[in-house]
Design a protein around this ligand. Structure first.
Ligand code: PMP
Length: 400
């Protein structure tokens, strides 16, 4: 069996041959192209942006804004004014809840999510409900880990003003069918928010084709640096939203009596941004753009199929989440053992997975489990990696 060609692009994997990294849904490793872009920026371009009287600042600003263009192109936004830099998915969803939320919901209005959401797509809405008197509803999840479409349809009949759903479940890998979910939510007049944290590394995203109003994602889950992410928002909505944080960079004119705000996207970017992060993330996008997206999808699908088949053969192992459409994630339980104990035994054998509730406690409750062991794959993983995982799981079983 051969290693995927892309593997040698990731220095950490060569430096850490003591382990098999299967925690990609938590964060991905970074290709050399990203590490080089970060070093190049700090070695040759570092300056603050949008305010300099000197050429270094102009160069940093040009690189920073070029990065925004790169991201806009990658997700097919109509304009880079629709691409806001955030710290990640969490901050992006908080921005929508804080700045758009009060325009969309009032006392008694509904906000609809699903039971499979990550906490970052639950708690900001709960807080919005506390502030406005709106009511949070969650569409049920079936034992397969798919959204119960009848329940979703019934809850849409209550005419929620906001519908916020994940593209791909981080805990189970379920890929939600946005091509039907988004239009049905738009048909009742809701603002549609998509948590794309687990999708961006695996699929090409076209926000116009999806038809959503907001799409949130994190750079670090798509081979970019930590601390940077994107909120895509439809320009008409962003225009009418008030700023959510304030200070430098987001203003046009400040008087002690009154301030006017900068235009999009700067209105939402108070303070010195993560300049190197944005440039690093654009380098990750350039890296992905140069690869064959279909080949990566096919490779990841084969990893998923192989892992599901080999783990299913382990006695006493149950895969949690059997949706027809899945990203490269396998969550599982071993009979009679706690996921944390399994994780520790796997780590002792050099296999890095994640265990626990995966920041999706309502989903764990809905499925009646306390947590799972989650192996998540990426373009650089190989079939050998999966053999090591299933071998380590078999050994762990004998030790529990
Ligand atoms: N949503 C989903 C589906 C996720 O997987 C994650 C990260 N685990 C987040 C949101 C939050 O992303 P971040 O921590 O990068 O803000």
């Amino acid at each position: 069996m051969t290693e995927p060609a892309w593997r040698s692009d990731f220095p950490l994997l060569a430096n850490r041959r003591d382990m098999v990294y299967l925690d990609n849904a938590a964060t991905t490793q970074k290709p050399k192209a990203v590490l080089d872009a970060l070093a190049r920026y700090y070695r040759g371009t570092n300056a603050n942006v949008h305010r300099g009287a000197h050429r270094l600042s102009d160069e940093a600003t040009a690189a920073f804004e070029a990065a925004r263009e790169t991201l806009a192109r990658r997700i097919n936004a109509r304009s880079s004014r629709e691409v806001l830099w955030t710290r990640g998915t969490t901050e992006a969803i908080n921005l929508v809840a804080a700045a758009h939320g009060p325009l969309a919901v009032g006392d008694g209005d509904r906000i609809l999510i699903t039971e499979m959401e990550h906490h970052s797509n639950i708690v900001p809405w709960q807080q919005l409900c506390q502030r406005t008197g709106a009511v949070l509803k969650a569409a049920r999840v079936l034992p397969s880990g798919e959204i119960d479409r009848d329940d979703f349809a019934a809850k849409l009949e209550e005419q929620p003003r906001i519908v916020s759903i994940s593209h791909v479940s981080n805990a189970l890998g379920t890929v939600n069918d946005l091509s039907s979910l988004v239009p049905s939510a738009k048909a009742v007049g809701a603002t549609v928010v998509v948590d794309g944290a687990q999708a961006v590394a695996h699929f090409d995203i076209d926000v116009q084709a999806l038809g959503c109003d907001f799409y949130a994602f994190s750079g670090h889950k798509m081979y970019g640096p930590t601390g940077i992410g994107v909120l895509y928002g439809r320009e008409e909505l962003l225009e009418e939203m008030p700023p959510w944080q304030s200070g430098g960079e987001m203003i046009e004119r400040v008087r002690i009596e009154e301030t006017t705000y900068a235009t999009l996207p700067f209105k939402f970017e108070a303070g010195t941004p993560d300049i190197s992060g944005a440039i690093g993330l654009a380098a990750a996008v350039d890296y992905l753009d140069d690869l064959d997206g279909e080949a990566i999808e096919a490779h990841e699908a084969s990893l998923l199929a192989y892992a599901s088949a080999s783990l299913n053969q382990v006695e006493g192992l149950r895969i949690v989440g059997t949706a027809r459409a899945k990203g490269p994630v396998v969550s599982f339980l071993l009979d009679g053992s706690h996921p944390h104990d399994v994780g520790t035994l796997l780590d002792q054998q050099g296999v890095a997975v994640r265990t626990g509730h995966h920041c999706a406690m309502p989903l764990m409750d809905a499925l009646g489990v306390a947590g799972t062991v989650r192996a998540s794959f990426s373009l650089y993983n190989s079939l050998e990696d999966i053999d090591k995982l299933s071998g380590a799981v078999r050994t762990a079983r004998t030790m529990l």
